[in-house]
Design a protein around this ligand. Sequence first.
Ligand code: FAD
Length: 424
Amino acid sequence: QNICKPEGFVMDTYSDFDGIEALNRRVAVPLRKLIKTKFFRTLRVELYKPCQFWRSEGSCFQRDCIVQPLDDDQIPAAWRKQTVDQTNFGPFLGSFPRQRPEFTDKDFAIVNDETYGEGVWLDLVENPERFTGYAGAGANAIWMSIYEHNCFGVPPYIQDTAGGWGSQLVNVDGKSMPFVQPPRKQRDLAPFLESLAEEDAGLTLPADVPKEYRIFYRAVSGLHASTSTHICADYFNATSNKWEPNLNCFIARIGAFPDRLQNIYFNFVLLTRALQKMEPYLAAYDYSTNAKKEDRAVARLIPKLLKTVKKAGLVFDDSELFLAANGRALKAEFKDNFRNISRIMDCTGCEKCRLWGKTQTLGIGTALKALFSYPDRAFRGRFTSLDFKRNEIVALITTYFQFSRSIEDIGIFRAMYQNLVTDW
Ligand code: FAD
């Protein structure tokens, strides 16, 4: 058994791991090209909002933590015009006030207005999510606060077993992470996994919690696991001075925890379902920029992506959720908690990590909004009831790519692991 090769069905979905990997191989090609186009690589992010929850404990000023904002003249005029009419952005024809509130009742994340506010324009391709060296108590505390306070009040639903967070906070010191050597012999695998589980008690999710709670936790844990995967896949090896995949890092953080690995696939499925639902809207969306050649590429790639995603059929059934008598209240709580997580991202003490934390919570939030704030029919016809901003569309596709990339990375780690083991 290869610990980087999950088998069977992804819990709470109608998808199996092999099927997801096959779908990923098909969407990865258009996605990889799409995210390099001007429309999708350019995003305005409110990167310097103060942290509302605690006094930030300082920032990471190492080279790899910093981002370089774009100059205004690199941005299409229509996007930076302060007085621009909202209807310029896609086929949305509604009449919201120009200065959009931080969120509306439909939003699952904080959505800043690209034409307004304090944001900086950034090039996502120039600032990839990868190892930055940001670690230690500050970074741990953010994840801790997300799980403890925002996953529907952790106990009794998500319990921190032996050791607890305290042990995590003292174990980690900056760049020197306590990596473990993966076992080379099959007979050593079980004791190895047990010892890791003891060392990093992590979080366990009992099977009998409401499905909506499980899905919330999976979405967050999957985002965390995908971030860790990118850190380990694009890792700076200080000995060789090279960026390269680090198998020990992957096993210690994700591979040895089947749930975390599974949650990456879960998010990919969730995003796939959102794209299926939004298909007519995304097909009609106006993606034009001032880069004609790239605009033509988008016009070719978006239909290709949407067609592939549609052919995947039933991957996840969002209509099964929030049906119970308390469904309305549960949805409101779900939204509040997820918005809170997107706010907590402002507390991340490393610019590049903050950029990706904010972008991907917006991407997942956009998928949740499409799935749970609108009926199917809203995405047909003239789309008059829809309220999606350009940055939500960019974040959605970008986040889909990030999970697609994680699944590809898992394949790379699987092969590395296979090469390492001796008597499998
Ligand atoms: P952490 O990843 O900090 O996790 C803390 C604890 O959470 C673990 O000990 C474990 O018990 C539990 N846990 C871990 N993974 C999961 C999971 N998937 N599901 C459930 N529980 C889990 N660093 C970079 O190098 N590059 C980045 O781009 C980057 N982006 C970040 C973005 C955000 C929003 C944050 C908060 C941090 C980011 N970091 C980034 C830091 C990185 O995520 C880790 O915090 C850091 O590398 C230290 O890792 P760790 O092994 O101590 O555990």
